[in-house]
Design a protein around this ligand. Structure first.
Ligand SMILES: Nc1ncnc2c1ncn2[C@@H]1O[C@H](COP(=O)(O)OP(=O)(O)O)[C@@H](O)[C@H]1O
Ligand SMILES: [Mg+2]
Length: 293
């Protein structure tokens, strides 16, 4: 983790977090931001069969696994959209398994989420889409919301698109607007559910770069569900700093040295692998080898 933290400290990175929030994110470095302990969920049949993992502050957990293995289910549980039948789920110090809908709302405010489809409101402008959550919340006035929305659009490289409609945007731009929308409440935790699906490799890189940018400039902790190994490794090996108003990207070729990214592989509701990018690459497990090939 040394590399990422050092860079974060020297760079006068323009943070999307308030100072207080950045402090909160930096504290309790060893305390996991998220922990799952022996979580079970069943619909008509068992879906998660004793899933355990932790997410350390400022790191990214990349969740791999075939379709139907339970990846989205894990995110839904942390968002309180689904209750675990057994086990413990702690999000930022709060056990969420027994929370009321009202209490869950406070937890959800700490989390930003980018879905596969982006799911923008077609009848709202880009700016209205990004500001939606703040408008609903009603805590900030119009000028404050506009300023925040413009800042977020700048962060995702779409500063001039404030008044556009979603139908005016390319697929990659829509995904970046969805990203800005997820960041607007300055979450300390981000979930990405297959955020690059359907994008060409170059456009996909603009999304994985953003994932690295919030991780490195703001210390945001994240869970990335993907079946694109290429994107997963790009997230693990790309590091961002801000220097003199420019974002500088460095790409580490040899993933055996990178820290801050952990992989987890699910198979039929069970964690079959957890480890570093290097451990994944060098795993001799036949199932993993086949998944990676
Ligand atoms: N509401 C539901 N009712 C019944 N089964 C469901 C429901 N939601 C998901 N499942 C089942 O749970 C399993 C895991 O789903 P999911 O977590 O979405 O998989 P993944 O995201 O890994 O593709 C799948 O077999 C899916 O069919
Ligand atoms: Mg899914």
């Amino acid at each position: 983790m040394a590399k990422r933290r050092d860079e974060g400290e020297d760079g006068e990175g323009e943070s999307v977090l308030d100072e207080g929030q950045a402090e909160a994110a930096a504290r309790d470095v060893d305390e996991p931001v998220i922990s799952f302990r022996d979580v079970h969920v069943a619909y008509d049949r068992p879906i998660l069969k004793g899933v355990s993992f932790t997410l350390s502050p400022g790191t990214t957990k990349i969740v791999l696994g075939g379709s139907g293995s339970g990846k989205t289910t894990i995110l839904r549980i942390m968002l309180g959209l689904l209750k675990a039948d057994a086990g413990s789920v702690v999000v930022d110090g709060t056990e969420v398994t027994a929370l009321s809908e009202e209490e869950m709302r406070d937890v959800r405010l700490k989390i930003g989420m980018v879905f596969q489809e982006g799911a923008l409101f077609d009848s709202l402008t880009v700016g209205e889409n990004v500001g939606y959550r703040l408008i609903e919340e009603g805590k900030l006035d119009e000028a404050e919301i506009e300023a925040r929305v413009r800042e977020m659009l700048g962060f995702v490289g779409l500063a001039t698109h404030f008044d556009k409609m979603p139908s005016d945007l390319s697929g990659g731009q829509k995904r970046r607007v969805a990203f800005a929308r997820a960041l607007v409440a300055r979450p300390q935790i981000m979930f990405y559910d297959e955020p690059t699906t359907g994008l060409d490799p170059i456009t996909a890189t603009t999304i994985t770069d953003l994932i690295c940018k919030v991780r490195d400039l703001d210390g945001v902790s994240s869970i990335l569900v993907t079946h694109q190994l290429r994107d997963a490794y790009n997230v693990a090996r790309t590091f961002m700093i801000k220097k003199d108003d420019e974002y500088v990207t460095s790409v580490v070729e040899d993933v055996s040295t990178v820290e801050g990214t952990e992989f987890m592989m699910l198979r039929e509701g069970t964690v079959v692998f957890e480890g570093s990018p290097h451990e994944l690459q060098t795993s001799a497990d036949p199932y993993i080898r086949e998944f990676l090939s």
